[in-house]
Design a protein around this ligand. Structure first.
Ligand SMILES: CC(C)(COP(=O)(O)OP(=O)(O)OC[C@H]1O[C@@H](n2cnc3c(N)ncnc32)[C@H](O)[C@@H]1OP(=O)(O)O)[C@@H](O)C(=O)NCCC(=O)NCCS
Length: 201
């Protein structure tokens, strides 16, 4: 959800392992062979995440610090961070680099992806996929049967990414964003048959 005309915004602009424990997986597009892990957000990450958001979105859609903090602090929301593994022989942890993050929220049986941001040099290396999968897993564990999100109609990268990850376009919301841009609402069933748009057998 991002700068909706209502004043609320999301990318709305949402495991291959357990959340809370480090998961290291190789990615190929960013320093080929570098492994990444997904972990829960820590307070000290906030400024870096905000800066990544500024890089990832046009000024009209990027979150202000209070907006990002607002979404991350909502009662049912959570934030996961992707970071590169420490360099062998490095300083044992402080050389990890945050390469992306995802903010998602569970609203009863429906999960919602608030934003997903991957730094440009790390894109097409599987980081976005890892973040989305981890968020879907966490949403599924908290009872979500469906995951929804909004994305600007002109964000072809995001649309291609979500389609590749099993999301379908539900509808267009005219003038959803504060710059009057339309949004696509996209969704994915975590439990088959739960979408409002699913056809009855
Ligand atoms: C969308 C985004 C999160 C994807 O992250 P990523 O780490 O590059 O994604 P992945 O590497 O896991 O990509 C998985 C698949 O999505 C598709 N995809 C990703 N980027 C794509 C692009 N630029 N063009 C076409 N397809 C793309 C591909 O099918 C890709 O698989 P492949 O690389 O094997 O072909 C990233 O581009 C980003 O942060 N963009 C800016 C912020 C943004 O728009 N967020 C979405 C807001 S609604």
């Amino acid at each position: 959800m991002r700068n909706r005309t209502s004043g609320v915004h999301d990318c709305a602009r949402g495991s291959r392992g357990k959340i809370g424990s480090a998961r290291l997986e190789p990615a190929c597009g960013y320093n080929a062979g570098v492994a990444f892990r997904i972990r829960p957000f820590q307070k000290a990450d906030f400024e870096v995440l905000w800066q990544i958001d500024q890089i990832c979105f046009d000024p009209q859609l990027a979150y202000s610090r209070p907006e990002l903090a607002f979404y991350m602090r909502r009662p049912d929301s959570f934030t996961l961070v992707a970071e590169s593994a420490p360099v062998p022989g490095g300083n044992g942890g402080s050389d990890r680099t945050i390469v992306g993050f995802i903010v998602a929220e569970a609203r009863r049986r429906t999960g919602h992806i608030i934003t997903i941001d991957v730094v440009p040099p790390a894109r097409r290396g599987g980081v976005g996929s890892m973040l989305l999968q981890a968020a879907e897993d966490q949403l599924g564990r908290s009872g979500a049967a469906l995951v929804e999100l909004e994305t600007p109609v002109n964000n072809m990268t995001a649309i291609q990414f979500y389609k590749r990850k099993g999301y379908f376009v539900e509808k267009t919301v005219p003038g959803y964003y504060s710059n009057q841009l339309d949004a696509l609402v996209m969704s994915k069933e975590l439990v088959p048959g739960t979408s409002r748009f699913a056809t009855s057998p």
